[in-house]
Design a protein around this ligand. Structure first.
Ligand code: ADP
Ligand code: MG
Length: 378
């Protein structure tokens, strides 16, 4: 551990009363927008930890006995946990929401579970099992189609479980899906933005659908004297992964927004570009999407959510491009190096997860029944 991180850990342990009786932090494993996450030994579970030693060879803790006998018998493993220190600037509602949803989500091997949570003064920590994983940037270009299928199967299994409880994750992206390439298993984490799906109430989008009031004139795609009321909707998420209905500020977003984001991850694997979409704001993100999908489909999608889409940008064609073409361009294919049959099957599946119309987009359960995810390695 570098001195700065050690200092941060020491300060945290000193500030949180009695935490050192329960856990011994060994490293920092991640840092997100809303938290720092540490890898720690559970001292209650590993009662005699003071006698335990760091095995220099594997950088894992083990008991002196197993260290002595490591060639004769399997090592007694230490139980590691991940301690998520939620920044005190997060609102109490947000923290409460995350912990409550996590508590509801126990029971899937692909979704992180909550072991316990503590509060000391204004600091809240969540304790979860620790998952070994590799940074996405290190492997996303290297996975073959079979490995991509395994990754996606793991991710959709997690989503099926979460969606069955009517919960939207809202922030599906590689840093929130911890994947162990060797085991071929992934775990979905970070329910900081998650929410329950609204089941009742009339969607304001559908109410205005069909007859949105029209702006009186349009100059180069920009409406003049726009009489339409401004729309507000939850747009929490991460740039590049937001579904079109989030960008069009739909007021009744469904679990399908997570399917879109999972599709963006698959597009990242196939195009070998990360991040694939990268616009800092929603308007640019809509333009980026239109460049791929074309003006006609974007217009239809906007209308679905009571919005209009107009643009005079010449690089946006009416029909857009197929995802196969996009992947061919992104990976600089030539006639001698065509898409493999595996890639073609992946692209067929991708079309169904990146459908601009959320109603036609696959659900997680449907995705798991798709040949792409049932015939792994075929
Ligand atoms: P944030 O809400 O700040 O994004 P996350 O829950 O996504 O916080 O955690 C941030 C990072 O910490 C993750 O991207 C991951 O690298 C690491 N992390 C989180 N949970 C675990 C866990 N259970 N095991 C191992 N690492 C984890
Ligand atoms: Mg995160």
């Amino acid at each position: 551990i570098c001195p700065e991180v050690q200092e941060e850990i020491d300060e945290f342990m000193a500030s949180f009363r009695k935490l050192d009786l329960h856990y011994k932090i060994v490293s920092k494993t991640g840092e997100g927008t809303f938290s720092s996450v540490y890898k720690a030994i559970d001292l209650q579970y590993n009662k005699y930890i003071n006698e335990w030693d760091l095995d220099e060879r594997t950088a894992e803790y083990c008991s002196p006995r197993s260290k002595r006998q490591r060639f004769n018998q399997t090592k007694e493993k230490v139980k590691y946990v991940a301690i998520k220190k939620i920044y005190v600037t997060s609102s109490p509602q947000r923290i409460h929401n995350e912990l409550e949803l996590l508590k509801d989500l126990t029971g899937s091997k692909n979704v992180v579970s909550l072991i316990t949570a503590f509060r000391h003064l204004d600091q809240v920590i969540a304790v979860m099992p620790y998952f070994r994983h590799v940074d996405f940037r290190e492997y996303f270009r290297k996975l073959d189609i079979t490995e991509i299928q395994r990754y996606m199967r793991s991710l959709f299994t997690a989503l099926k479980f979460v969606h069955a409880k009517n919960i939207l994750h809202r922030d599906i992206k590689p840093t929130n899906f911890l994947y162990d390439c060797q085991k071929g298993r992934g775990v979905l984490v970070d329910f900081g933005l998650a929410e329950r799906e609204e089941r009742d109430g009339v969607c304001p989008c559908t109410r205005t659908r069909g007859a949105p009031p029209k702006p009186t004139a349009s100059v180069g795609g920009y409406p003049k004297n726009d009489p339409r009321p401004s729309k507000r909707a939850n747009r929490a998420g991460t740039r590049g992964f937001r579904a079109p209905e989030v960008l069009f500020k739909c007021n009744r977003q469904t679990t399908k927004i997570d399917i879109w984001s999972a599709g963006v991850i698959l597009l990242t694997f196939l195009s070998k570009r990360f991040p694939f979409f990268n616009s800092p704001d929603d308007i640019d993100a809509i333009i980026e999407m239109a460049t791929v999908f074309g003006r006609a489909k974007m217009r239809a999608c906007a209308a679905l959510h009571g919005a209009t889409f107009e643009t005079g940008i010449p690089t946006i064609s009416d029909k857009g491009h197929s995802l196969s073409r996009i992947v061919e361009w992104a990976t600089s294919r030539s006639k001698n190096d065509p898409l493999s049959s595996g890639e073609k099957r992946a692209l067929e599946f991708l079309e169904k997860t990146l459908d601009l119309d959320h109603r036609k987009r696959l659900s997680a359960a449907e995705a798991l029944n798709d040949p792409f995810l049932t015939n792994i390695g075929a």
